[in-house]
Design a protein around this ligand. Structure first.
Ligand SMILES: [Zn+2]
Length: 321
């Protein structure tokens, strides 16, 4: 669903894929599994200061592609992370049938989440057919209230993919409403809005992303790649097909890994060019060639407005405007 060479991320699941401890050790300090409600199990609770991160992506690989570095940093610090794919991922393939693909992508997403100890949840909206409905907004409001995140991430509404736009709009529409008790009254309203931010993209019409925060996530690159590798039906099958990649993706596992690394770096290189000013001036990076991958985030005006101290907590080691 996502064209290769365009930094929009690869594309396109209901039940909660329960998290487990990480399968590999890409993180310097791999944490335990995520905590659904810290109050329920004090012995497994993250440090009080660890912020909670909730992501709404349109498809099962969107969160990792657009925000994998920040996800890795949260998990390294012990912060609970919940990734949601709003659609079921059933459209992102040229050969696999929708039901097979839905099941496969649910497994791929769950595996990616387990890798870092994040929850990976797939909702039932059909891939490629998402609309910004009242029902979707209400489901997002309930989700934000139940998880009680410090930071919510999603797509911008300026995006090539209709599913991305629908999710971005629905989260934007839910941002203030999470504090209104008469809306979705069956779930207790929040007294304080979380901070809401949009994930990196390079689209410019009608407006480019304002890089309120920029992160050099080169240290997190191995984790990002390991998560993306879990989405084999996308990164090794659908995306290369859709982009008419030649020569074909190698079959050998090791060669595939190298191919994935080269492909991802090729896709995200334009981010460095776009945000080079922030990388150089705000982060003090002189050799931009050393930045293999960066992420940028724009803070929503429709939710909590963080002060510099809050930004430093929510976006560790990031540059601030
Ligand atoms: Zn997508």
């Amino acid at each position: 669903m996502e064209p290769l060479g365009n930094d929009t991320g690869p594309p396109a699941g209901s039940p909660i894929n329960r998290p487990a401890k990480p399968l590999t050790k890409p993180l310097a300090n791999p944490p335990g599994g995520p905590v659904r409600n810290p109050k329920e199990s004090p012995s497994e609770s993250p440090p009080v200061s660890a912020p909670r991160l909730l992501l709404f992506g349109a498809h099962p690989d969107d969160c990792e592609y657009h925000a994998g570095g920040l996800i890795a940093r949260y998990r390294s610090a012990g912060g609970p992370v919940r990734m949601i794919s709003v659609t079921d991922g059933g459209a992102g393939h040229h050969l696999r049938q929708p039901e097979e693909l839905r099941q496969l992508r649910r497994l791929e997403f769950a595996r990616s989440g387990r890798l870092v100890g994040a929850e990976a949840i797939v909702w039932d909206y059909p891939d490629g057919e998402l609309q910004c409905t009242l029902a979707l907004r209400q489901q997002i409001i309930a989700e934000i209230r139940r998880f009680q995140p410090d930071l919510v991430l999603t797509h911008r509404v300026n995006d090539y993919h209709p599913d991305h736009r629908a999710v971005g709009q629905a989260v934007q529409d839910a941002s203030f409403m999470v504090t209104v008790p008469r809306i979705v009254p069956e779930v207790t309203a929040l007294r304080v809005d979380p901070v809401v931010a949009t994930m990196v993209d390079l689209f410019t019409v009608p407006a480019a992303l304002r890089p309120d925060l920029v992160l050099d996530v080169t240290p997190e690159l191995p984790t990002i790649l390991a998560m993306l590798e879990c989405h084999a039906s996308q990164v090794f099958e659908w995306l290369p097909y859709n982009a008419r990649v030649t020569p074909p993706v190698p079959d050998d596992e090791s060669e595939r890994r190298d191919w994935l690394r080269n492909w991802f770096l090729h896709c995200v290189a334009p981010r460095r060019d776009r945000f080079q000013g922030a990388l150089r001036d705000r982060l003090g990076i002189e050799r931009l060639d050393d930045v293999l991958c960066c992420e940028a985030y724009e803070i929503s005006e429709y939710a909590a407005q963080p002060d510099p101290a809050s930004l430093s907590r929510l976006f560790p080691s990031a540059s601030c405007r």
